[in-house]
Design a binder for this molecule. Sequence first.
Ligand SMILES: Nc1nc2c(c(=O)[nH]1)N[C@H]1C(S)=C(S)[C@@H](COP(=O)(O)O)O[C@H]1N2
Ligand SMILES: [Mo]
Length: 524
Amino acid sequence: MLKDHVDAAQASQAEPPGWLGAVGGLVAGIITVGCAEFLAGVFLREAWSDGTPSPVLAVGGAFIDRTPPWLKTFAVDNFGTNDKKVLLGGIAVVLVLLSLLIGWLVRRYFTAALALFVVLIAVAAAAVTSRPHASAMDLVPLLAGAVAGLVTLHLWRDNVLTEAADPRGSAATRRSVLIGGGVALGAALLGVLGRTWSDSARAVQAARSAFVVPRVAKQVAVPESASVGVPGVTPYISSNGDFYRIDTALVVPQVDPVTWSLRVTGMVDHEIEINWETLLSKPMQDAMVTLMCVSNEVGGHLNGNAIWTGWPVRELLKQAGVQSGADMVLSRSVDGFTAGTPLSAMTDDRNALIAVAMNGEALPAEHGFPVRLVVPGLYGYVSATKWLSELKLTTYEKDAGYWTPRGWSPMGPVKTSSRIDVPHSGAKVNAGMVAVAGVAWRQHVGISKVQVRVDNGGWQDAQLGAGANADVWRQWVFEWDAKSGHHTLTVRAVDKNGDVQIAASAPPAPNGSTGYHSISVTVH
Ligand SMILES: Nc1nc2c(c(=O)[nH]1)N[C@H]1C(S)=C(S)[C@@H](COP(=O)(O)O)O[C@H]1N2
Ligand SMILES: [Mo]
């Protein structure tokens, strides 16, 4: 009797196992995130928030905004458009590890566990309040989640961990772990429910399918001989589904055209705000423009060509009355992204458009629905703002676009470049006539010549497909009389000013890659 008593007393002083603490931490973590994400979903759905009340998305967005140029290039090169999934996966892994650690600490160092928990909540709160359009209200989901998490940690310590320290409590422990797991699963489901609820994608899909492409005075068509007719060469028009996508948005902004508007602000005689209906009543025009990403490596595929329908930016600027001294248009997206474009590129006679349609349909959500900018001749990071919400007339001295403080040049004219699409590098081909083909571009000036070099031979002219205008790429083909052996094929372009593509290799940062695209092939 007495002996029993002593054993029990010793056992109750024994430390509960570490894994049980960690499980409690995980349960508390899932409950925190689940509750916060559920409430964030409700806030978005009920339009109680214009910001990012979701702590996970806010942290992800804040991380993206602080990504150094080398990491951006690394992410684009290695994950492409999957970079966002990788980031979300990374956040999940970090959250799981920290939850396990907090739970493990709870057993003995309760204050340290609490301190770590509070630091994490503070970091998330800083992210939430720093997102575009944030208000104090956006903190409510996070704080509610934090309270639920803290209550869970306390309950776990006072019940589960105490029971576990008692040898007679193993059945109770099992039951508590099951209950904890069940509650956590419920919280996780709530979180997912919150995310899908807040998903305004359906409203946007409906608006997109109801959209009728505005009539234009003159339709733009693909010239008859634009294609050189070589299988495997980049299609002259990129389909909307295949069009490259680059942006900082962790989730694609879903913008309802009914509530959308575009404001013209800054150095103007009168600020203007136009809504969707007004924009659609303006005389629209078609323009074929090839869009280019500054992150494109030599030979890369971060570019696409489409027929855009929109209203010339200069018309809107004319209505607002641009004041003298302004030299930049800082365009802003609903998600806070900005691009600084030279005012001259938006007022000269080029097709700088406030675009509403892409290849004969409403802009896809991921390409800026309902409204984006398209400016020929400039890389997308300084011109092609998607989910457009504001045009601010300003100066390069006073303002900078999103990427400028992150190591990219304020000015981003597209550099002359060319690419070999077929044969692909490393291909084996039969000796005899081989069609070498690809695309070349020099927006706003135009391509005059494309030349191919075999090994260290001389430059030979390729044949050019027709170009719709100077702002689009052109296909080219070179009929190569291939002799057996290993060969290197190199391409370069010459523009209509007679300037030859830059031969020296340069990486994308800070203002676009240079160098010649080369491939190696084996001829049998
Ligand atoms: N709102 C917003 N617009 C944006 C960006 C962005 O991150 N956010 N990225 C720009 C960049 S860097 C490029 S290259 C083009 C790409 O447009 P696409 O995704 O339609 O091909 O969009 C531009 N517009
Ligand atoms: Mo880009």
